[in-house]
Design a protein around this ligand. Sequence first.
Ligand SMILES: [Fe+2]
Ligand SMILES: [Fe+2]
Length: 203
Amino acid sequence: MENSQMTYHEQIVPYSREKLVEKLKAALTDSRFQHVLRVEQTAIKLAEKNQVDPERASIAGLVHDYAKQRPDQDFISAINHYQLPPILLNYGNAIWHGMVGWLFVKNELQINDIEVLNAVKYHTVGHQYMTPLEQIVYMADYIEPGRDFSGVDEARKITFDNLQEGVAYQTKQTLSYLIAHNKPVFPQTINTYNSWVPKFDLN
Ligand SMILES: [Fe+2]
Ligand SMILES: [Fe+2]
């Protein structure tokens, strides 16, 4: 599975890919570590197809779930310390590991690249104007080869044909799922829906 062992040249991380992979292995359970490796590979493929820097795609794919296993208290402390929007306190890890977790990536992995950090920040909720790299991480997380849900093959096909339509597809599916299960919807997810879904002719 782990086929593209890229060598980093751009100083986006101040150490090697190998070292970054080691840090992720230490921060994550094995199954989540395997997931981030698959997201990395999928992100690189989508980057090559969409004229996006594959090194950034590799890094963003690897670090997108860096904070996923942190205790709630770490996020609550960061929300208070950095005076992030208090509405975040009404949600949990699913929202926090992106919307707050990017700060841990910045502070602990010494990654200051705003494009990578925003790709981490928005990988679960998206936002109105997602850059191609943000779209790639959002989609790679959804369609990586380990994913198995009804509609995933269609999601893969749409995404490799048209990255933006993939974003619309996932956004629609996610919002439908949350509503069908009476789950709370983070307000920004609605903004993502409004700016992405109506402009595509999805089924
Ligand atoms: Fe995630
Ligand atoms: Fe993920």
